[in-house]
Design a protein around this ligand. Sequence first.
Ligand code: NAP
Length: 449
Amino acid sequence: MVAGLDEKLEPIYQEVLHRNPGETEFHQAVREVLETLGPVLVKYPELADRKIIQLCCEPERQIIFRVPWQDDKGQTHINRAFRVEFNSALGPYKGGMRFHPSVYLGIIKFLGFEQIFKNALTGMPIGGGKGGSDFDPKGRSDAEIMRFCQSMMTELYRHLGEYTDVPAGDIGVGQREIGYLFGQYKRITNRYESGVFTGKGLDWGGSRARKEATGFGTVFFTNEMLKVRSDSLDGKTCVVSGSGNVAIYAMEKAMELGAKVVACSDSNGVIVDKEGIDLDLVKQIKEVERRRINAYVQEKKSARYLEDGNIWEVPCHVALPCATQNELNGHDAKALVKNGCIVVAEGANMPCTPEAVRIFSDAGIAFGPGKAANAGGVATSALEMQQNASRDSWTFEHTEERLREIMVDIHRNCYETADEFGAPGNYVTGANITGFLKVGRAMMAMGVV
Ligand code: NAP
């Protein structure tokens, strides 16, 4: 069943449906936020009078362009790329670039919309944006990836700037791609503008702990949710979907805090290792050799590979969806509840469907939404910008400690706001309202712009 919307909010949602036809992920992300904002408009009617919610639903600027490039055989390909500059009330647009064949405007808008509130939650001076392309990097050579990135940046550069719009990585975009994009930006603009991109390599302006930050942050947040329940990760069985950047470092920190991670995945299948996932092996397969996760079982006899398997049917106390949107549905949520799961935190963006979230809530499972739980990545990007601005480079320990403090603060703010607005323990409500109020107040202060 779909929860009803407040009578002031229903017309806003209908208008979003009408103005953005076919963008189902964007609709889903907007609805999830609107469902929690009713009490805010009662307490702060001036936000309704100034149409702050409607403004948040309409990007400040949307850029769509073609990216022509040639493969190693000289064949021409044409991809489509996007940059949605959603909201700059708190700082320059900030959000990653995604390369995946499923990318279209609706995906980039859902991600950009979420990013507004996530970035506000970090307490850092960053606005919300997102970008990407329907380019599929799988199976492409380094030279092809480079040519694609250079062609993309040949258009994108004019929209970027350290005070304007600062992209980073996301699905299919890691340090290699950021290097090619940054290199072309530097060449075209003739400026070594470190702060225009985050997720850079350590030798050329990157921050220590940025690579680890999203996964580590998700686990710090999970640990705080457990602490509230007088519990901890120590001795817990954990399942982490995906085996990319977020998943790998979520597994690493969960293990460090005493959990046993027994399963991870990629888009082809799931590996289950009853002895606990061997993370060095996963890193070798994914980060170094760029192979499929099924290579794991050739090395580890204790592991099973489930082609097209469902990772959420693996019994666990802690579930961390770290792959992609809508990867955990109502059926999966029921399986997790049945098998004794006590906490779910979203390392990915919107991986749980609305039905799954309702099932967790009804079952009393602690649920950390991506806006809050995976905000450590963008928060550490803002720390990278700080280091670039001051021509400084912090130690890993210092950067990780700043990240941990930020995640503890985000958790506390969400928890207290949920309480204040009559939804104790509901981190979805807490995250949406905290983020919305911060950005909404800034928008009010700046007038109708
Ligand atoms: P990544 O390094 O490219 O890894 C993505 C992982 O998810 C891969 O294992 C991939 O498997 C799997 N995956 C992708 N699409 C899938 C699909 N349709 N079905 C099943 N599995 C799929 O990307 P990432 O940076 O870890 O991002 C993962 C999630 O975290 C995304 O939702 C992203 O928006 C979110 N996030 C990332 C950051 C960040 O700092 N990177 C920050 C905040 C949130 P294949 O290799 O088989 O495709």
